[in-house]
Design a protein around this ligand. Structure first.
Ligand code: FES
Length: 285
Protein backbone atom coordinates (compact mmCIF):
# COMPACT_ATOMS: atom_id res chain seq x y z
CA UNK A 1 0.00 0.00 0.00
CA UNK A 2 1.40 3.42 -0.84
CA UNK A 3 0.66 6.56 1.07
CA UNK A 4 0.87 10.01 -0.36
CA UNK A 5 0.97 13.08 1.77
CA UNK A 6 -0.56 16.29 0.60
CA UNK A 7 0.89 19.57 1.79
CA UNK A 8 -1.66 22.02 3.08
CA UNK A 9 -2.26 24.91 0.72
CA UNK A 10 -0.44 28.02 1.87
CA UNK A 11 -2.76 30.54 3.45
CA UNK A 12 -3.27 33.91 1.87
CA UNK A 13 -2.14 36.96 3.86
CA UNK A 14 -4.38 37.29 6.92
CA UNK A 15 -6.20 34.03 6.25
CA UNK A 16 -6.70 31.85 9.33
CA UNK A 17 -8.99 29.36 10.99
CA UNK A 18 -8.42 31.00 14.36
CA UNK A 19 -11.62 32.25 15.90
CA UNK A 20 -10.11 34.37 18.68
CA UNK A 21 -9.23 38.08 18.38
CA UNK A 22 -5.67 37.25 17.22
CA UNK A 23 -5.08 40.79 15.96
CA UNK A 24 -5.34 42.43 19.41
CA UNK A 25 -1.89 41.35 20.64
CA UNK A 26 0.11 42.67 17.65
CA UNK A 27 -1.97 45.85 17.71
CA UNK A 28 -1.17 46.47 21.40
CA UNK A 29 2.54 45.79 20.78
CA UNK A 30 2.48 48.22 17.86
CA UNK A 31 0.82 50.95 19.91
CA UNK A 32 2.96 50.36 23.03
CA UNK A 33 6.27 50.26 21.19
CA UNK A 34 5.38 53.22 18.96
CA UNK A 35 4.40 55.33 21.97
CA UNK A 36 7.64 54.49 23.76
CA UNK A 37 9.84 55.20 20.72
CA UNK A 38 8.07 58.53 20.12
CA UNK A 39 8.34 59.62 23.75
CA UNK A 40 11.95 58.51 24.31
CA UNK A 41 13.07 60.23 21.09
CA UNK A 42 11.34 63.43 22.16
CA UNK A 43 12.86 63.20 25.67
CA UNK A 44 16.36 62.60 24.27
CA UNK A 45 16.03 65.67 22.05
CA UNK A 46 15.10 67.80 25.08
CA UNK A 47 18.68 67.26 26.25
CA UNK A 48 19.87 69.57 23.46
CA UNK A 49 18.45 72.52 25.45
CA UNK A 50 21.49 74.58 26.49
CA UNK A 51 19.47 76.67 28.97
CA UNK A 52 17.14 74.37 30.88
CA UNK A 53 17.95 70.94 32.23
CA UNK A 54 14.78 69.04 33.05
CA UNK A 55 16.29 65.56 33.00
CA UNK A 56 17.82 66.20 36.43
CA UNK A 57 16.05 67.18 39.62
CA UNK A 58 18.83 68.58 41.74
CA UNK A 59 21.39 71.34 42.09
CA UNK A 60 20.04 74.87 41.94
CA UNK A 61 16.66 73.88 40.59
CA UNK A 62 14.20 75.58 43.01
CA UNK A 63 11.91 72.53 42.75
CA UNK A 64 14.63 70.06 43.80
CA UNK A 65 14.22 70.47 47.57
CA UNK A 66 17.64 68.85 48.08
CA UNK A 67 16.90 65.85 45.88
CA UNK A 68 19.29 64.35 43.33
CA UNK A 69 17.40 62.41 40.63
CA UNK A 70 18.86 61.79 37.18
CA UNK A 71 16.64 60.48 34.40
CA UNK A 72 17.66 56.96 33.28
CA UNK A 73 17.51 58.19 29.66
CA UNK A 74 20.53 60.39 30.42
CA UNK A 75 22.62 58.16 32.67
CA UNK A 76 25.56 58.05 32.60
CA UNK A 77 25.85 61.68 31.54
CA UNK A 78 29.23 61.80 29.82
CA UNK A 79 29.11 65.42 28.64
CA UNK A 80 26.71 68.21 29.55
CA UNK A 81 25.53 71.21 27.54
CA UNK A 82 23.45 73.09 30.11
CA UNK A 83 24.83 75.08 33.06
CA UNK A 84 21.95 73.60 35.12
CA UNK A 85 23.00 70.01 34.34
CA UNK A 86 24.58 67.73 36.96
CA UNK A 87 28.39 67.40 36.91
CA UNK A 88 29.07 65.19 33.89
CA UNK A 89 31.69 62.41 33.85
CA UNK A 90 33.87 64.31 31.35
CA UNK A 91 32.61 67.84 32.04
CA UNK A 92 31.08 70.12 29.43
CA UNK A 93 30.89 69.24 25.77
CA UNK A 94 34.31 69.85 24.14
CA UNK A 95 34.54 72.61 21.53
CA UNK A 96 35.54 70.00 18.95
CA UNK A 97 31.86 69.01 18.66
CA UNK A 98 30.53 70.72 15.49
CA UNK A 99 28.23 73.63 16.43
CA UNK A 100 25.71 72.76 13.68
CA UNK A 101 25.23 69.25 15.10
CA UNK A 102 22.76 69.09 18.01
CA UNK A 103 24.05 67.26 21.05
CA UNK A 104 22.12 65.65 23.88
CA UNK A 105 23.80 63.55 26.61
CA UNK A 106 21.23 60.87 25.80
CA UNK A 107 22.68 60.40 22.29
CA UNK A 108 25.86 58.85 23.69
CA UNK A 109 24.23 56.13 25.75
CA UNK A 110 20.67 55.46 24.63
CA UNK A 111 21.87 53.15 21.84
CA UNK A 112 22.81 50.56 24.47
CA UNK A 113 19.35 49.97 26.03
CA UNK A 114 17.76 50.53 22.61
CA UNK A 115 20.02 47.91 20.98
CA UNK A 116 19.48 45.51 23.88
CA UNK A 117 15.71 45.70 23.53
CA UNK A 118 15.69 45.74 19.74
CA UNK A 119 17.67 42.48 19.60
CA UNK A 120 15.88 40.81 22.56
CA UNK A 121 14.47 37.40 21.64
CA UNK A 122 11.06 38.24 23.06
CA UNK A 123 10.79 41.65 21.38
CA UNK A 124 11.91 40.21 18.05
CA UNK A 125 8.97 37.83 18.04
CA UNK A 126 6.66 40.64 19.10
CA UNK A 127 7.69 43.40 16.70
CA UNK A 128 8.14 41.09 13.70
CA UNK A 129 4.42 40.46 14.07
CA UNK A 130 3.36 43.97 15.02
CA UNK A 131 5.46 46.05 12.61
CA UNK A 132 6.26 43.70 9.73
CA UNK A 133 3.28 41.33 9.88
CA UNK A 134 5.81 38.56 9.44
CA UNK A 135 3.87 36.55 10.46
CA UNK A 136 1.05 38.79 11.59
CA UNK A 137 0.33 36.20 14.30
CA UNK A 138 0.70 32.47 14.84
CA UNK A 139 -1.32 30.34 12.37
CA UNK A 140 -2.30 33.41 10.33
CA UNK A 141 -1.30 33.72 6.66
CA UNK A 142 1.93 35.61 5.94
CA UNK A 143 2.53 38.33 3.35
CA UNK A 144 5.24 36.30 1.54
CA UNK A 145 5.99 32.78 0.38
CA UNK A 146 9.66 32.26 1.24
CA UNK A 147 11.34 32.19 4.61
CA UNK A 148 14.92 33.34 5.08
CA UNK A 149 14.82 33.68 8.85
CA UNK A 150 17.66 35.19 10.86
CA UNK A 151 20.45 33.22 9.21
CA UNK A 152 21.00 35.82 6.52
CA UNK A 153 21.71 39.53 6.32
CA UNK A 154 20.29 41.80 7.66
CA UNK A 155 18.57 39.85 10.45
CA UNK A 156 21.68 37.81 11.21
CA UNK A 157 22.86 40.98 12.97
CA UNK A 158 20.35 40.18 15.71
CA UNK A 159 22.92 37.69 17.02
CA UNK A 160 24.76 40.66 18.49
CA UNK A 161 22.29 40.46 21.37
CA UNK A 162 24.67 38.74 23.79
CA UNK A 163 27.13 41.63 23.45
CA UNK A 164 24.38 44.13 24.19
CA UNK A 165 23.66 42.02 27.25
CA UNK A 166 27.19 42.62 28.59
CA UNK A 167 26.72 46.38 28.18
CA UNK A 168 23.20 46.32 29.63
CA UNK A 169 24.52 44.72 32.83
CA UNK A 170 26.93 47.65 33.27
CA UNK A 171 23.96 50.01 32.95
CA UNK A 172 22.10 48.18 35.72
CA UNK A 173 24.94 48.99 38.11
CA UNK A 174 25.06 52.61 36.94
CA UNK A 175 21.31 53.00 37.47
CA UNK A 176 21.61 51.32 40.87
CA UNK A 177 24.16 53.98 41.77
CA UNK A 178 21.71 56.69 40.64
CA UNK A 179 19.03 55.10 42.84
CA UNK A 180 21.46 55.20 45.77
CA UNK A 181 22.09 58.91 45.07
CA UNK A 182 18.32 59.42 45.14
CA UNK A 183 18.36 58.41 48.80
CA UNK A 184 20.46 61.39 49.84
CA UNK A 185 19.11 64.91 50.28
CA UNK A 186 21.05 68.13 50.76
CA UNK A 187 19.84 70.65 53.34
CA UNK A 188 20.23 74.45 53.19
CA UNK A 189 23.65 74.22 54.88
CA UNK A 190 24.91 71.79 52.23
CA UNK A 191 24.84 68.77 54.59
CA UNK A 192 23.64 65.42 53.21
CA UNK A 193 20.87 63.42 54.90
CA UNK A 194 19.66 59.92 54.19
CA UNK A 195 15.95 59.80 53.36
CA UNK A 196 13.24 58.47 51.12
CA UNK A 197 10.93 60.43 48.87
CA UNK A 198 8.51 59.29 46.18
CA UNK A 199 11.21 59.98 43.59
CA UNK A 200 13.66 57.68 45.44
CA UNK A 201 11.10 54.86 45.20
CA UNK A 202 10.49 55.58 41.51
CA UNK A 203 14.22 55.20 40.79
CA UNK A 204 14.56 52.06 42.96
CA UNK A 205 11.60 50.36 41.25
CA UNK A 206 13.18 51.29 37.92
CA UNK A 207 16.38 49.39 38.77
CA UNK A 208 14.39 46.46 40.14
CA UNK A 209 12.31 46.08 36.97
CA UNK A 210 15.23 46.63 34.60
CA UNK A 211 17.25 44.10 36.61
CA UNK A 212 14.42 41.55 36.38
CA UNK A 213 14.30 42.06 32.63
CA UNK A 214 18.07 42.05 32.07
CA UNK A 215 18.93 39.09 34.32
CA UNK A 216 16.14 37.01 32.79
CA UNK A 217 17.75 37.38 29.35
CA UNK A 218 17.95 34.22 27.22
CA UNK A 219 21.62 34.93 26.48
CA UNK A 220 22.40 35.14 30.19
CA UNK A 221 20.57 31.86 30.74
CA UNK A 222 22.85 30.23 28.21
CA UNK A 223 25.98 31.88 29.62
CA UNK A 224 25.32 30.95 33.22
CA UNK A 225 24.65 27.26 32.68
CA UNK A 226 22.68 26.59 29.53
CA UNK A 227 25.90 25.86 27.63
CA UNK A 228 26.58 22.79 29.78
CA UNK A 229 25.44 19.34 28.69
CA UNK A 230 25.09 18.29 32.29
CA UNK A 231 24.41 21.18 34.64
CA UNK A 232 24.12 18.96 37.71
CA UNK A 233 27.88 18.36 37.57
CA UNK A 234 28.50 22.08 38.24
CA UNK A 235 26.14 23.02 41.11
CA UNK A 236 26.93 26.77 40.93
CA UNK A 237 25.93 26.87 37.28
CA UNK A 238 22.85 24.74 37.95
CA UNK A 239 21.72 27.14 40.68
CA UNK A 240 22.41 30.20 38.53
CA UNK A 241 20.57 28.61 35.62
CA UNK A 242 17.47 27.97 37.72
CA UNK A 243 17.52 31.57 39.09
CA UNK A 244 17.74 33.05 35.59
CA UNK A 245 15.10 30.60 34.36
CA UNK A 246 12.81 31.85 37.10
CA UNK A 247 13.01 35.39 35.70
CA UNK A 248 13.04 34.13 32.14
CA UNK A 249 9.64 32.45 32.51
CA UNK A 250 8.09 35.92 32.83
CA UNK A 251 10.44 37.66 30.41
CA UNK A 252 7.61 39.28 28.45
CA UNK A 253 6.11 40.70 31.63
CA UNK A 254 9.45 42.05 32.84
CA UNK A 255 10.06 43.51 29.38
CA UNK A 256 6.85 45.54 29.33
CA UNK A 257 6.86 46.57 32.97
CA UNK A 258 10.45 47.80 32.76
CA UNK A 259 9.77 49.59 29.47
CA UNK A 260 6.78 51.39 30.94
CA UNK A 261 8.55 52.24 34.19
CA UNK A 262 11.73 53.59 32.63
CA UNK A 263 9.57 55.98 30.59
CA UNK A 264 7.54 56.90 33.65
CA UNK A 265 10.75 57.58 35.63
CA UNK A 266 11.82 60.13 33.02
CA UNK A 267 8.34 61.71 33.06
CA UNK A 268 8.33 61.87 36.87
CA UNK A 269 11.74 63.59 37.08
CA UNK A 270 10.93 65.91 34.18
CA UNK A 271 7.61 67.08 35.60
CA UNK A 272 9.09 67.56 39.09
CA UNK A 273 12.02 69.52 37.63
CA UNK A 274 9.55 71.72 35.73
CA UNK A 275 7.53 72.33 38.89
CA UNK A 276 4.42 70.62 37.51
CA UNK A 277 4.59 67.81 40.10
CA UNK A 278 5.93 68.07 43.63
CA UNK A 279 8.20 65.33 44.96
CA UNK A 280 6.84 64.20 48.33
CA UNK A 281 9.49 63.50 50.98
CA UNK A 282 8.48 60.55 53.17
CA UNK A 283 11.25 60.97 55.76
CA UNK A 284 14.80 62.20 56.21
CA UNK A 285 17.26 61.43 59.01
S1 FES B 1 16.33 37.78 25.37
FE1 FES B 1 15.24 39.48 26.06
S2 FES B 1 16.79 40.65 26.99
FE2 FES B 1 17.91 38.97 26.20
Amino acid sequence: MTYTSVLAKQRRFGETTRTDAWWIQPLLVFLGFSAFIAYSTWAALQGTDTVHCYYWLGGYNPNANGANYLSPFFSPELFSVSPDAPPAVFGTLPAIWPGWLPFSPAFLMMWVPAGFRFTCYYYRGAYYKAFWADPINCAVGEPRKTYLGERYFPLIIQNIHRYFFYLAVVFIFILAWDAWDALWFVDAAGKQHFGIAVGSLVLIVNVYLLGGYTFGCHSFRHLIGGFLDSKSKVPVCAKGYSCVSCLNHRHMLWAWMSLFWVGFTDIYIRLCAMGVWHDFRIFTF
